[in-house]
Design a binder for this molecule. Structure first.
Ligand code: CMX
Length: 135
């Protein structure tokens, strides 16, 4: 598998507007967009930092995976996303290596990305996302 960089770090928050203040006003980072991702039942804010991004995630439904995460563990780091150049191939390789997949095939993610999650039980308790973008 060819991973080129950490694409983003996902942080689960209860309230996007509140959470954004620390990054924008204190860390002086630019919030480049806010978007809803219906497929994942989250609203996200993108905050580029160098070659990667922080992605703040607010749940939009009671059955959102992020809502469940916050209820169980509180706000905090939710996942790490690795950029790959060929997501289908990466998923095949993960499967062949015996890694448990949450998504067997790519799903639409924020910012026009194609994404798939690996199960945290297969990756030391960390939810990992594989992410492919055209840019
Ligand atoms: N990081 C690490 N562990 C996590 C986790 C996370 N983000 N979310 C859940 N877990 C753990 C739970 O703590 C639990 O562990 P234990 O069995 O030791 O208690 C285990 O995974 C199963 O969790 P669960 O609550 O029993 O099951 P869920 O129904 O919540 O499913 C998961 C968990 C990971 C399969 C589900 O949250 C999922 O499919 N996540 C991927 C999709 C997602 O999170 N989308 C939102 C992000 C959108 C985006 O970036 O665009």
């Amino acid at each position: 598998m060819k991973v080129s960089k950490i694409d983003h770090i996902g942080i689960a928050v209860k309230n996007l507007e509140e959470a954004v203040k620390l990054y924008r006003d204190f860390l002086q980072l630019e919030v480049t967009g806010v978007e809803e991702v219906p497929d994942q039942r989250v609203k996200v804010a993108f905050i580029p930092v160098g070659d990667s991004e922080v992605e703040l995630l607010e749940p939009t439904t009671a059955d959102s995976p992020v809502e469940k995460f916050i209820a169980k563990r509180g706000e905090g780091i939710h996942h790490i996303a690795f950029r790959v150049d060929n997501l289908e191939k990466a998923l095949e390789e993960a499967k062949a290596a015996g890694i448990r997949l949450i998504d067997e095939s790519p799903r639409p993610g924020a910012g026009g990305a194609r994404i798939a999650f690996l199960h945290p039980k297969s990756s030391g308790g960390v939810l990992l996302e594989l992410c492919e973008r055209s840019d």
